[in-house]
Design a protein around this ligand. Sequence first.
Ligand code: SOE
Length: 386
Amino acid sequence: MKKLNVAMIGAGFMAKAHSLAYAGMPMFFSPAPAMPVRKTLVDIDEETAKQAAESFGFEKYTTDWKEAVNDPEIDIIDICTPNKFHEEIAVAAAEAGKHIISEKPLARTAEEAKRMYEAVEKAGVKHAVAYNYRRTPAVVLAKKFIEDGKVGKILNFRGTYLQDWSADPESPLSWRFQKEIAGSGALGDIGSHVLDFARYLVGEISDVNAVTKTYIKERPVQAGGVDNLGTVKGESNVEKKPVDVDDEFMTMLKFENGAVGSIEATRNAWGRNNFLTFEIHGEKGSLYFNYERRDELQVCFTDQDSERKGYKTLYTGPAHPYGENLWPIPALGIGYGETKIIEVYEFIKSIVEDTDLSPNFEDGYRIDVIADGILKSASKESWVSV
Ligand code: SOE
């Protein structure tokens, strides 16, 4: 069986999720399109790289990402670094002829994302951006219902992504709160996932009108190198530094196909864990998805025989998208890991079959254009075309 050697750039929890995906993909998709080999793990800190290579199952490690990018043995570069480093690594990897999967958002700005997209297109390598939630079987089922006309002409889209891991003012100043490293706050970190849902399920966005808020203006400087997603009592020292990104954004949307919508996202919503949702209303029906109940898709189709139209809950299983590859009993539970496994399967399949896949760097670039437009709209307090 063909093998593809992977170099993982980064050692945080995204690198863990991607590593699990490479290990698990051949167990769920058998025969696998190719066997991913966890070859090299890269982190700037040698001890972190060593430990991550051992626990994530990589054959070797290095502190120099250029060594991995220029290694002729490596076929795939997997970018799991803070957003600031995506462009430099991806452009170098493309020039070295490597296939690339990058964590989202593709870059800090549309300008950076455009250069990444141009580099992979010029190099003719395969490229993917890790908007994994669209791989959830219930989301793919929603897409199928839309394509089959069950919802009819889509009228509107409402999306949310609410978390609370940074609602505590003592939650440390992770790189996700620093514009120079992240580009934006909740917008790029989690709002971009909802923008991916909107484009995937409804279509291209044409205009935005947004508001942004920064609730916590400074946070304790984070101790240690690994990103703490939330308050780690006693570890954050007393020094505080300013937050220069959004804690929340809300935007109205206009779609090219005439639909309208709204998205809101924040990481300061006490009581919400990973509350990623969408609700779509069409002329013939509606769909509702909540990632926290990700085995379920709520549907309401006007052709249903019932006196009172209401949502019916479908539980995804063997009869649904990816069902024959996942667990044999409905609602055994699709996890975050399974969405990453499906993501890696589609990426490796596109390499082996030389087919294009979505979401790729063009999608990542479009989402970054829309995100830049949201920030511009919030500062102008007016509609902005994107
Ligand atoms: C933090 O908000 C985060 O880890 C995001 O960066 C991920 O994209 C999301 O899947 C989970 O939450």
